[in-house]
Design a binder for this molecule. Sequence first.
Ligand code: PML
Ligand code: MG
Length: 263
Amino acid sequence: MQDKKIYSIRMRAAKGGPHEKGGKHISGGEVLANYEDIKKAVNTLLDKAIMHSRGNPDFMQIQFEEVEKPVQYLAPLRIKTNNVSSLQEGHQRAINLLKKCGVPRPTIEEAYKLMEQSENSGMRGAILLNVHSGERVDNRGEKGVRVSRMDWDNDNFNNWAIRQKIPSELKIKEAITLATKVASHPEIFAELCWSDDPDYITGYVASKKIGYQRISKLKEYGDERGFRIIFVKNVPNIDTYIDYLEKEPTLLYWEEDDDTRFN
Ligand code: PML
Ligand code: MG
């Protein structure tokens, strides 16, 4: 893939009209592909959105564009699954992991307050929180920041998944790809995420320090509220984060030798 042009293919789907006209977010997706794989990528994204547990979309946009910046290649974060037996235990585990990443307790409380206050069931992107003050810093409102332009070759992911004894599911591939990109920014402390899909209750806390720590229960079945909170260091220009998260083309690549799993 290295010598060829690479294209970013992105999809967003909503119900009740486009997102910007108040439609409910149904699905979003990202693929990086060679020119000859664009058709396959479009189909993958179409499939993802067309039969979704959040509902059938009546708006969908799939776009592609050439990626001009050089691609950064990253090894996937090491992975651990934390099996918990209740929602409360799940969140306690998440809080402890965030503390391990250096997020102060008051900031974690601010993050939870923000999520509790949110009536929004259709947040598409991530919230960026200042790790020191607990203040939201992205100014993106309901839209949040969409981490974009990243992917992981299916075969390489499948080999990795077999080795880790993890289901070879697109959802997991996408989540680890995104979390690895986020965590590789030197000034990002941690990420906390759970899905907005009503039939998916596993979430995670991730960082370079703790790896990708899945937590088997972070919400109840049927709940359509999902969140992604990225804890960032205080920097003079927040656009440097946003630019990295949205624009830096990133591909994951796993080699058996750099397998550092510890579960
Ligand atoms: C999402 O669906 O938006 C996020 C899924 C996060 C958890 C994936 C996993 O590790 O099972
Ligand atoms: Mg979703």
